[in-house]
Design a protein around this ligand. Structure first.
Ligand SMILES: [Zn+2]
Ligand SMILES: [Zn+2]
Length: 314
């Protein structure tokens, strides 16, 4: 039995995993939209979240919770699962979506920790190791038919954010060109720097622009998205190659920070490979006994004092 200090607003899809498709359609407030999609409804414009984390790395949500939220609470056609340095969760999510015939497609991705910063590798079959140069990382993604997108560049303080000197280096090596730049990242990593990334990508790099929530909590999924012509994962891949994608959306709301920080304090940032029960750290047990609700209220107060939503990329 898990003693989870976090309360999600999962009220009406808590039972999601135990219901059959018909029952789900009846209880969902998004019944119309989901039914339309389930019946093969195709839009002229697709929406994808190209950057999400699950418990296979440092995310709060299991693969099942991630898909449930994306399906019932977002307009997404495609979701890329991009855990840090592993594709295991993404493979499991893709298999689940296919097996259950969910009207959302899963792209198998990985947020690769390259030496110079994070790279989103999408449409993967094989894991790409961390610690390689960005050039080698791009090459390994392309070698397996995947895409490579520079994640949240130009953040001046985040050490996994690629800086301008590295981007200029890439620009001199056409064989190592990434396919895109994440010019809207929904997390703290994207605040401020997303605007810089948009400006430079449109005027200097001319690689495709993408948006991703960088969700570490289920309720952040879809806060930032990538809009593209067509629908489905294959159209998305083509749109990136054609430089026909656009970022869309905003940033994490304060509650995402509260949930993520509380979760991290309680459980650390270890992957649990499959979302099994998370072992509470001894430190967290002590901390919770000592500070309990007080610590959580402090985090809430600090986060709410920041006006995060006004720092839009557009
Ligand atoms: Zn990152
Ligand atoms: Zn990330």
């Amino acid at each position: 039995m898990r003693s989870d200090p976090i309360t999600y607003d999962f009220s009406d899809f808590q039972d999601f995993q135990t219901l059959d498709a018909d029952s789900r359609a009846q209880i969902s407030p998004d019944t119309l939209r989901v039914n339309e999609r389930g019946d093969g409804f195709r839009r002229a414009t697709g929406l994808a979240d190209l950057h999400t984390h699950t418990r296979y790395s440092d995310g709060v949500a299991t693969v099942e919770e991630t898909l449930a939220y994306a399906l019932w609470r977002t307009p997404l056609d495609v979701i890329a699962i991009t855990d840090h340095d592993t594709i295991e969760g993404a493979l499991r999510a893709r298999d689940l979506a296919e097996r259950e015939d969910y009207p959302i497609e899963v792209v198998v991705g990985e947020e690769v920790s390259a030496r110079e910063g994070h790279v989103l590798a999408l449409f993967l079959h094989k894991h790409i190791p961390s610690g390689l140069s960005v050039e080698r990382t791009v090459e390994l993604a392309h070698a397996q038919g995947g895409l490579a997108i520079v994640a949240h560049p130009f953040n001046p303080v985040f050490r996994h954010s690629m800086q301008r000197s590295v981007m200029e280096r890439l620009l001199r090596q056409p064989e190592s060109y990434p396919d895109g730049v994440e010019t809207l990242n929904g997390s703290f990593a994207g605040i401020g720097s997303s605007r810089v990334a948009r400006g430079l990508t449109q005027t200097v790099y001319h690689w495709a622009e993408t948006g991703g929530s960088d969700s570490h909590t289920p309720t952040a999924i879809g806060c930032s998205m990538t809009r593209y012509p067509g629908s489905g994962a294959e159209a998305l891949r083509q749109a990136v190659l054609d430089n026909a994608t656009q970022p869309l959306g905003s940033f994490w709301r304060p509650r995402e920070y509260v949930t993520y920080v509380s979760h991290t304090l309680a459980y650390g940032t270890r992957a649990t490979l499959g979302g099994a029960d998370l072992p509470v750290t001894a430190f967290a047990r002590m901390r919770r006994a000592t500070f309990g609700r007080f610590a959580r209220r402090r985090v809430t107060a600090v986060v709410e004092s920041l006006d995060l939503t006004s720092v839009g990329a557009r």
